[in-house]
Design a protein around this ligand. Structure first.
Ligand SMILES: [Zn+2]
Length: 362
């Protein structure tokens, strides 16, 4: 392999234009010295200093004792050629060397591959992991997680336990049966808010109950919140948040540590905010529950209208996520026009009235 380059003897700073022949056992450098004499210097490739510099495709080698002889060659293909010629030389395994041995398309290709991989992991693998984990996540763990979060949620809060009992009976009459031990708690607070925890706990602030005039509204509220429980929305959120950790645990083969991790971190992993799709899903499921129990969908419309009125200026979590309340009002109007079973439900009305009494007396 022959290359054109520049050579310095080390004795003077003079750069001599030279021709370099790289052979397996010698590097021959031929140049014309300052006395117009043709000179040839032979380097032993194995004694080449493992020092290597490359800027703008210019590669610099040094050789011998100080002051070093140097050789500069500008050629983008040189590193790869040298690596093939002297595969055993430590110089050739120099990081800088191998970096410059990569050509531009290779680096771009590598970056594209890495970013594609990242997107695949983020948008395909992790959701799949979360989904898989949800399918295999035991309900008893959900209940346990819910219990822990429940303690935190009601700590220091004033509970209206009698109203809670009636609301729980109301919910049980609305849903018939459940795979989860459902319980509604009524918290004394002016806030218009309600939320569901994994495993069956539903917390309702009495601010929202005071604004209700009909059992149909409570059916809409509890139906929606119970749908979050039944469809495991919180658990889904928690597992989605934890999916990176779940993946790591699974890769390490430590599946037993996984349950403990999720249990310990559930509260911090759950942000009680659901996506637009999940809220919509809960509204649809809630409406179906109402239909099964002959409850008029006007309750849903009234509930959403109440929520809209109380939304400003402080937006409670129940409202702050998508879909917007306006969209939900449109949805309720749609359902109102197409509903069939609306004979009313005396049992639900009874528990609602009982609950209202408890709100007034406690
Ligand atoms: Zn919701």
């Amino acid at each position: 392999m022959r290359y054109q380059g520049f050579y310095t003897t080390g004795q003077s700073g003079h750069n001599f234009a030279c021709e370099v022949a790289f052979n397996t056992d010698t590097i021959s450098i031929t140049y014309t010295d300052s006395h117009s004499q043709l000179q040839t210097v032979n380097w032993n490739p194995t004694l080449l200093h493992p020092h290597y510099k490359s800027e703008n495709q210019t590669h610099q080698f040094s050789y011998g004792n100080f002051p070093y002889q140097t050789l500069r060659i500008t050629d983008s293909g040189l590193p790869l050629a040298l690596k093939q010629l002297y595969p055993a030389l430590p110089l050739m395994s120099n990081k800088q060397f191998s970096f410059y041995a990569w050509n531009k398309p290779f680096i771009i290709g590598l970056l594209l591959t890495v970013s594609t991989l990242f997107l695949l992991i983020w948008f395909v693998l992790l959701p799949w992991v979360a989904h898989f984990a949800l399918d295999h996540f035991p309900k008893k763990y959900e209940v346990q997680i819910g219990e822990e979060m429940y303690k935190g949620s009601v700590q220091g809060k004033q509970l209206n336990s009698e109203a809670g009992k009636q609301a729980t009976l109301f919910l049980k009459a609305l849903i018939d049966s459940s795979e989860y031990p459902v319980q509604v708690d009524v918290v004394h607070s002016k806030e218009v808010n309600a939320f569901a925890l994994p495993g069956g706990h539903i917390i309702v602030y009495d601010g929202i109950l005071h604004s209700m005039n009909s059992y149909e509204e409570l059916a809409a509220l509890l139906g929606h919140e119970y749908a979050h429980v039944k469809l495991r929305h919180s658990t889904r959120n928690i597992l989605r948040q934890a999916s990176i950790t779940i993946l790591l645990y699974s890769l390490m083969g430590d599946v037993s540590g996984l349950g403990a991790y999720v249990l310990q971190n559930a509260a911090s992993l759950n942000n009680l905010q659901y996506s637009r799709e999940l809220e919509k899903e809960a509204d649809v499921e809630g409406y179906q529950l109402m239909q099964q129990k002959q409850v008029d969908a006007s309750g849903m419309l009234h509930l959403f209208e109440t929520l809209k009125k109380s939304a400003a200026p402080q937006v409670p979590p129940f409202l702050s996520t998508h879909p917007t309340t306006d969209e939900r009002i449109t949805f309720a109007k749609e359902k109102l026009s197409e509903q069939k079973n609306t004979n009313g439900n005396e049992t639900l009305k009874y528990y609602f009235d009982q609950m209202k009494k408890q709100l007034l007396t406690n």
